[in-house]
Design a protein around this ligand. Sequence first.
Ligand code: DMJ
Length: 472
Amino acid sequence: MNATEGVATMGIHRRNLIGAGMAGIAACAVGTPASRTSTASEWRLLGEKVKAEMCWAWDLYRERAWGKDEIKPISGTFSSFPLKAHHLGLSLIEALDTLWVMGLDSRFADGVAWIKAELDFDVDGEVSVFEASIRLVGGLLSAHHASGDPMLLVKARDLADRLLPAFDTPTGFPYRYINLKTGARRDSATNPAEVGTFLPEWGTLSRLTGDPRYHAAARRAVVALFAKRSRLDLLAVKIDALTGEWLDSRATVGSYSDSFYEYLWDSWHLFGDVECRHMYEVCTAAILRHQQVWKGGKLWIADIDFETGTVVSTEQDELASFYGGLLAQGGAKTEGAALTETWSALQDRFGVLPEGFDYESGMPTARTNSLRPELADAVFNLWLVDRNPRWREIGRRHFLAMKRWNKARFGYADLADVTTTPKRQADHCPGYWWSEQMKYYYLLFSDTPRFDYSKNYLSTEGNVLLGFRRGD
Ligand code: DMJ
């Protein structure tokens, strides 16, 4: 029962590597207003403004929270994540490749020196296996890709070795949490994102170290989860890693499932893994067939029952706004563009996207915003596919709104309410801010020679694992 006003034709037209050979193709985004034309130098100037914000925030982090996980941008203090009471330099690690691609080399070197002198994963504390991998293993690998420093690879491997026992389950799906020192594991009630968001980082680790265990564990989990799909070829959002039994029936492309689909495509893109490409195609065809909802000329991807196809919620999660970029990368550019325009219109309405929105009532269901990068991620990926300036324009609005509303005394802050004027800030800056939107904006606007725009790979956390040009 898809509450459709008109169901789009399901077309997944295959395309090869992101951006390869696509530059210059004039594509027309669905229902888009005309963009103001900007010159190449105006875009570059905007890139410089992004870089200036990065410098400003980094220098405050250096002064107030050096080596801590997250700066509190209103009070100038700090908080820890992913460990409860110990810092691992999360923001520093997440920032490194962004600093590097911006040419902020002395700040990059300063961060690497901290890692060499201070970073130690031998801590008696529990981390999320998923978060530790995408943010810390991925951050260290991208900094290694930027600099070639072997110490960064040693650190990434040390952490992955501590996470690896989580995958030792009957299904191959990892436990959600593990103690970095003792290896004690906890919580087998997991989800597609926390099962299947490892392969690009762990495959890269295997390639760089010659140790196949990381790639094998990550891949086994993905293949086993795909085998659990319903007869509609859909996955639900909760599954037990010990029994392999589904614990929920809701299919979504939002939180807890999002990056599973992303990493199917990415593993094909990065490693030429044909089976991952096949799994991506099967999942995407099913999502487009069963979950597309058109309402008032806008495309949404509804949450549905994975066995019956019945719509179970008309609420949309901000995290799902990344999905238009992925669709376009995978060849479904019309749907990807339409979905991104839907989220862009919501951005125009609120200035900054709310965490939750109900397309049926037209009202936000969560008024907060955790300084999220997903729409910037989508437009960057769309722009890599077709170089349509429309995507840069949406990215510019995302950046300017963030600068206007999220900038606090000591850095960039979450929002407690996007519907008030001025928008109410919250005293937290997530680690991904340093790795994701600041990098997407800069790459989108700057045309930097440090990045290969035709052959590259950015992880779900924005970590660049392919495409840096050293020596420029
Ligand atoms: C990031 O940590 C990653 O993009 C992840 O896949 C989900 N979203 C957060 C940022 O919102």
